[in-house]
Ligand binder design. Structure first.
Ligand SMILES: Nc1nc2c(c(=O)[nH]1)N[C@H]1C(S)=C(S)[C@@H](COP(=O)(O)O)O[C@H]1N2
Ligand SMILES: [Mo]
Length: 498
């Protein structure tokens, strides 16, 4: 185990130089993410929520520890069993790393050099273990001084390995292009966002603010370590079924006329009442203009966007050209995109769940057809078409809260992106539906705050909410889980009035 710790302790800091995605645990974890059955992944997300990535890294680390312990028992018999065991770890790490999308052979270095270091430590350790024992099979445990020397060296190696490994992991995750990001000057939009009226936000305690702070914005992706994409070498290659293929640099993109819009992103995995939904002011280039320029050919009904790390989303081409504010975003709430949210360039499409539209760390557009290609989550059983469903959420009171009898503020958010929320109703127990007051909105592409004053009577009560879009469609009561195309049902909370 000490030898394995040293192997990882050498590999992780090396990955600070060769790229966070070349670190063995991240590379192997990435292979796991892309290959485990959807059901296992859903279990992991449900059990660990957005800590699923940390859970996977810790789990992979524990597996390595168990494997190392077994090899450690075998190595007492023969050194070469141990060397083979550590070498196998190195090979698995290296193969995982170099086969990741967009990897180069350099990605093998952390695993290979780490394994060599681990093999060195193992050889020395075994030497100490059998030294003085005279014969294989007997160990230094029979000699108290040898035993102490062995344990000191092993403990030291284990400690140094763990500290270097965790430290390296920490550094690799933080070396996130802060200099390149700080050097970006965002252009002034040709079409700025409207100034928000104060009435967009009721400023009620516990109610999600109308604009989500970047730090609080939900984050969902398959990347165990956010890809580091240098804007200087960033390219968007547009190809496939187009008349005029095109490759754009970051500078060329920034030189184009930009729009700035408030758009609410939502994840299809959001449960009723969940918080995998956030709202920001996005700055970017209209996707429609670019598509008009490259001229998709007949039958190119799907735009497949691919990230630098191989994630794909399939978006209906027609919908990207129907006049909605779909954009190649470079800015979020007035700053260059944060690395976790897709720096330097991502897609934002009003009205569609993220997995079919919101590709981060964008690298490529391939005009294709739905007949010819299934994107990342479609291959794993999720729907090809995924417009965001009308939903609403009670933010206050929280489920299980207690309130005094009398006036109680009930408030939350409702959304039906690109159709707009027309009405929100609240119900107490089996009582009649009452219409809530709605916050102002800059467009039909954002969520909408609502609030309702409840004259609370003593007892235990259940509060229900439901929204109706501008087309007059009320969200369905039937409870459906997120797979395959988004959860449905009426959010409700229980409140004790006393
Ligand atoms: N490259 C990449 N882009 C991605 C994903 C991903 O796994 N990889 N996940 C998508 C999903 S499922 C969602 S809901 C949104 C979330 O965007 P956010 O993390 O900025 O909130 O990103 C989308 N873009
Ligand atoms: Mo998502």
């Amino acid at each position: 185990m000490a030898a394995a710790a040293v192997a990882l302790g050498v590999a992780e800091p090396l990955a600070v130089l060769t790229g966070a995605r070349s670190a063995p645990l991240v590379a192997v974890g990435g292979v796991v993410v892309d290959t485990v059955p959807a059901s296992v992944k859903e279990f992991a997300v449900r059990a660990f929520y957005t800590h699923d990535k940390l859970a996977l890294l810790v789990g992979t680390g524990l597996l390595v520890a168990v494997f190392a312990a077994v090899v450690g028992i075998l190595v007492v018999r023969r050194l070469r069993y141990g060397l083979a065991g550590v070498a196998l770890l190195g090979v698995v790490g290296a193969v995982a790393a170099v086969t990741r999308h967009g990897a180069s052979w350099v990605y093998a270095l952390p695993s290979v050099i780490g394994a060599l270091a681990g093999m060195g430590v193992l050889t020395v350790l075994r030497g100490r273990l059998v030294a003085g024992a005279g014969r294989v099979g007997a160990t230094a445990a029979d000699d108290p001084a040898g035993r102490r020397r062995f344990l000191q060296f092993a403990g030291g190696a284990l400690g140094v390995g763990l500290v270097a490994g965790v430290g390296g992991r920490w550094l690799a995750a933080r070396r996130n292009l802060s200099v390149a990001r700080a050097a970006v000057t965002l252009p002034v939009p040709a079409s700025p966002a409207v100034a928000l009226p104060a009435a967009v936000d009721f400023r009620v305690r516990d109610l999600a603010p109308f604009v989500t702070d970047v730090r609080d914005f939900y984050r969902i992706d398959t990347a165990l370590s956010a890809p580091e994409v240098d804007p200087a070498s960033w390219r968007l290659r547009i190809h496939g079924r187009v008349r005029n293929p095109l490759t754009l640099t970051y500078q060329q993109l920034l030189a184009r006329p930009m729009i700035e819009r408030y758009i609410t992103l939502a994840c299809v995995s959001n449960e009723v009442g969940g918080n995998l939904i956030s709202n920001a002011r996005w700055l970017g280039v209209p996707i429609k203009d670019l598509l008009d320029e490259v001229e998709p050919l007949d039958g190119a009904d799907q735009l497949v966007s691919r990230s630098v790390d191989g994630f794909t989303a399939g978006t209906p081409t027609a919908l990207l050209r129907d006049g909605r504010d779909a954009m190649l975003a470079v800015g979020m709430n007035g700053q260059p995109l944060p690395v976790a949210h897709g720096f330097p360039v991502r897609m934002v499409v009003p009205g569609l769940y993220g997995y079919v539209s919101a590709t981060k760390w964008l690298a490529e557009w391939e005009l294709s057809s739905f007949k010819d290609f299934d994107a990342y989550w479609v291959r794993r059983g999720w729907a090809r078409q995924a417009p965001i469903k009308t939903e609403s959420r009670i933010d206050t009171p929280l489920d299980g809260a207690t309130r005094k009898p009398g006036p109680v503020v009930v408030a939350g958010v409702a959304w039906a992106q690109h159709r707009g929320v027309g009405k929100v109703e609240v119900r107490v127990d089996d009582g009649p539906w009452r219409e809530a007051s709605l916050g102002a909105v800059p467009s039909i592409d954002t969520w909408r705050q609502w609030n309702w004053q409840w004259d609370a009577k003593p007892g235990r009560h259940r509060l229900w909410v439901r929204a109706t879009d501008n087309g007059g469609q009320t969200q369905p009561e039937d409870e459906a889980s997120p797979a395959p195309d988004g959860a449905t049902g009426w959010h409700n909370v229980e409140v004790t009035v006393a």
